[in-house]
Design a protein around this ligand. Structure first.
Ligand SMILES: Nc1ncnc2c1ncn2[C@@H]1O[C@H](COP(=O)(O)OP(=O)(O)O)[C@@H](O)[C@H]1O
Ligand SMILES: [Mg+2]
Length: 221
């Protein structure tokens, strides 16, 4: 089963390069690295997948959703089936670790007991349940990214999108985050990770992993 497919996708930006021709397939349970230099179009590809952006041409299919057919009302339903993490973590600074992970469940009206069970499970998976009462600024960068990963996983997404997830982290912390993403992937969640750092793929080979290259808004494998 395919979880994500971009076919002949073009995106135009006034003044910028945009995407010229992007083709990308992520199958169930795969770990795909989207690798290319800064400005190549990696973040744009991820924005297309969570449908913050629409292609000018071509088609983006994510789970049961299609960029040519999805309505604005359906976009939040799509997002709830995805996990997304970023280089700068994007945690809510005035809320505790627990509240950061609970937030998306609470806004969708989940029962308190279910929220608690799911949040503690997600925090345990990233090794941080003991820090649930801390505030983000009390954590290291690597711990903050783990909280962001717990938040991304709390809805059991079929794919985790990661945009330069180790871009702000030192090499040792980076290896810990990569190992965590591998563990999540081994449990069945597909991972699509955008990075300019090809060595992150090379240094930790695995049969589940694959590289798609992007340069100047065009993919090649
Ligand atoms: N909002 C925008 N407006 C204009 N140009 C943009 C915008 N976002 C990205 N671009 C351009 O699109 C191209 C791809 O950008 P991006 O997807 O951020 O690349 P990457 O994540 O690989 O560094 C670049 O040429 C960039 O300048
Ligand atoms: Mg980027």
């Amino acid at each position: 089963m395919n979880v994500v497919r971009l076919s002949n996708v073009k995106v135009r930006y006034r003044g910028g390069e945009g995407l010229k021709n992007v083709n990308l397939l992520v199958r169930n349970g795969e770990f795909v690295f989207l690798v290319g230099p800064s400005g190549a179009g990696k973040s744009t590809v991820l924005r297309l997948i969570y449908m913050a952006e629409r292609p000018a041409d071509g088609q983006v299919v994510v789970g049961q959703f299609n960029s040519n057919a999805i309505t604005p009302k359906e976009v939040p339903f799509l997002r709830r089936q995805l996990g997304i993490i970023f280089q700068d973590f994007k945690l809510l600074e005035d809320r505790s670790v627990y509240e950061n992970v609970a937030f998306t469940l609470q806004v969708t009206g989940a029962k308190r007991k279910d929220v608690k069970r799911k949040v503690l499970r997600a925090l345990t998976n990233v090794g941080l349940s003991h820090k649930r009462y801390k505030m983000p600024h009390e954590l290291s960068g690597g711990e903050q990214q783990r909280v962001a990963i717990a938040r991304a996983l709390v809805n059991d997404p079929f794919i985790l999108l990661a945009d330069e997830p180790t871009g702000n982290l030192d090499p040792v912390t980076t290896q810990g985050i990569m190992a965590l993403l591998e563990k999540i992937n081994a449990r069945g969640t597909a991972v699509l990770m955008a990075t300019h750092n090809y060595s992150l793929f090379e240094s930790r080979p695995s049969p589940r992993k694959r590289v798609v290259r992007i340069e100047n808004g065009m993919t090649s494998t």
